[in-house]
Design a protein around this ligand. Structure first.
Ligand SMILES: Nc1ncnc2c1ncn2[C@@H]1O[C@H](COP(=O)(O)OP(=O)(O)OP(=O)(O)O)[C@@H](O)[C@H]1O
Length: 314
């Protein structure tokens, strides 16, 4: 069965007066897909989320979300199916956590029982009768997530979802993302915290100064970046130095590390396994952080963050 296309961005651009915040972005996101959106401060991530929400309109190109232009009048019915966690979430400080969430739940047509279940899910049920002004940063963030999860939306847009969360809450959050994905929810999340994200996303998009530098699955991005696989071995350091098949891959500093292109990986591994003194082996493909660094450091994109300011003053 073909999956529903939830988001389609065609050649989308956004200018704020003379500042080009986003340019020529193309994206298709299907039902049940999770996209990680990465980029430096001011790269255009929040702008892209706001365009998808219909809070702002593109100055170039077309956007379709759940079949309609999100900034059109026709979009009102699809908003119920979207959950959004803004960056720096804030609530009415005088209300209790339960009052806040019940308020947002009712706006979406759900009741207090649903709000309580979500507060339990994000781990703030114990404080739900306390005013939000007494909440810690992490508790506010958890409340924000509960607000985004109301009604099990078809599409979730999460701007820095793990900011302020402790490691256990972060793990719980990613577990919820995995669960929602398995139930068909599509997710776009942006984060500056790259470790831990990669196993929960299907694809990544890397933005810099409003421009898309790369997009694809981590495997695809690793391949196009030609980043080597790191192989750490134990017990064969002397052999490595003498073996003509292995010496080209030896790390410049560490005598027990080989850096092997993906294409040669299997040949090298098979060869290593034939060496009787091999005690241990560890294989690490390039991680998301390394892939991200690679694309940001490409010469064409060594652009000052201010370089998306066009011409005269903003
Ligand atoms: N309302 C606005 N008016 C003028 N410029 C804006 C406006 N909103 C965003 N910008 C500019 O657009 C660019 C992209 O901003 P955006 O908030 O999308 O970046 P971001 O990738 O989300 O950054 P961060 O990681 O810091 O949250 C920045 O240069 C920002 O200053």
């Amino acid at each position: 069965m073909s999956k529903e296309l939830l988001i389609k961005l065609s050649n989308v651009g956004k200018e704020y007066r003379s500042l080009c915040a986003l340019q020529a972005i193309n994206l298709e996101l299907n039902q049940g897909e999770v996209l990680g959106l990465f980029g430096h401060n001011g790269a255009g991530k929040t702008t892209m989320m706001k365009l998808i929400l219909g809070v702002i309109s593109p100055t170039q190109g077309n956007i379709e979300v759940l079949g309609v232009a999100p900034d059109s009048k026709a979009s009102w019915h699809m908003r119920n199916q979207i959950g959004y966690l803004p960056e720096n979430v804030s609530f009415y400080e005088q209300l209790t956590g339960l009052e806040v969430l019940t308020y947002f739940a009712k706006l979406k047509g759900f009741n207090k029982k649903h709000a309580i279940a979500l507060l339990e899910q994000v781990g703030v049920a114990h404080a739900m009768k306390r005013q939000v002004k007494t909440y810690s940063k992490g508790m506010r963030q958890r409340l924000g997530l509960a607000q985004a999860f109301i009604g099990q939306p078809k599409l979730l847009l999460l701007d820095e979802p793990t900011v302020g969360l402790d490691p256990i809450a972060t793990a719980d959050f990613y577990q919820t993302v995995d669960q929602l994905k398995s139930q068909g929810t599509s997710v776009i999340l942006c984060s500056h915290v790259l470790p831990g994200v990669e196993q929960h996303i299907d694809r990544a998009m890397i933005l810099s100064s409003g421009e898309m530098l790369a997009t694809g699955s981590l495997v695809e991005l690793r391949q196009s970046a030609h980043l080597p696989v790191k192989i750490t071995v134990k017990g064969i350091t002397d052999t490595l130095k003498k073996d003509p098949l292995l010496t080209p891959y030896l790390d410049q500093i560490y005598a027990n590390i080989l850096r092997v292109p993906e294409l040669d990986k299997m040949e090298v591994l098979r060869h290593l396994l034939t060496i009787p003194s091999l005690e241990d082996i560890n294989v690490e493909p390039a991680n998301l952080e390394q892939v991200y660094q690679y694309f940001l450091q490409q010469p064409n994109h060594l652009i000052e963050q201010t370089s998306n300011i066009k011409g005269a003053t903003a």
